[in-house]
Write a protein that binds this ligand. Structure first.
Ligand SMILES: [Mg+2]
Length: 186
């Protein structure tokens, strides 16, 4: 089976990296009541001013923490299936991401398995594991035989996203709590 895996928010805790940088750059915390409703980095009080600086920082991707359980799960999956990674990072961060793969997943053949593109829908696969409904939906539409796993985050649980995914491929996608949960099903 050919499996296409997204990186940020699926293998690594992108939101944590983002918040760390946001605080380092002097970003204000949301009020305590707002924390309870905090869904996405776009809700942060200084999002607009700091977002461009955060994106330019190497450490946003350099210090990306691998979620618990991902390494052994990915190792197993990689032995059993044809695994590819599709990551939509802008070109200035590709070297950092290569190094991140080398350090965290040395068993990956980067030149073959890591694909840098945000046009993920052109990549044919049996399964796609993704955290962004806006990316999974076009992939489902262009891969009518494919199945999708959407990794749960607070920000991607909404009726709008459910509808978007259902209209692209109803019955061909499901939510999972983590990459590890998807890997166990494959
Ligand atoms: Mg992602």
């Amino acid at each position: 089976m050919r499996i296409l895996i997204d990186v940020d928010g699926v293998l690594g805790d992108w939101q944590r990296s983002y918040l760390t940088l946001y605080r380092e750059l002097g970003g204000r915390k949301p009020r305590s009541w707002a924390w309870k409703r905090f869904r996405s980095h776009e809700d942060l009080p200084d999002f607009k001013q700091l977002d461009p600086h955060i994106w330019r920082s190497r450490s946003l991707f350099e210090d990306l923490e691998v979620y618990p359980g991902v390494r052994p799960a990915l190792y197993r999956l990689n032995q059993k299936h044809s695994v590819y990674f599709a990551t939509a990072l802008p070109p200035e961060h590709h070297k950092v991401r290569d190094k991140w793969f080398e350090e965290n997943f040395p068993f990956i053949y980067r030149q073959r398995q890591v694909i840098y593109s945000n046009a993920k829908w052109i990549l044919k696969a049996d399964v796609h594991i993704e955290d962004q409904p806006q990316r999974l939906a076009p992939w489902l539409a262009k891969n009518p035989e494919g199945r999708g796993y959407l990794v749960n985050h607070l920000w991607n649980r909404s009726k709008h996203y459910e509808d978007m995914l259902n209209s692209a491929g109803e019955g061909r996608w499901e939510r999972v709590n983590s990459f590890t949960e998807a890997a166990e099903a494959l």
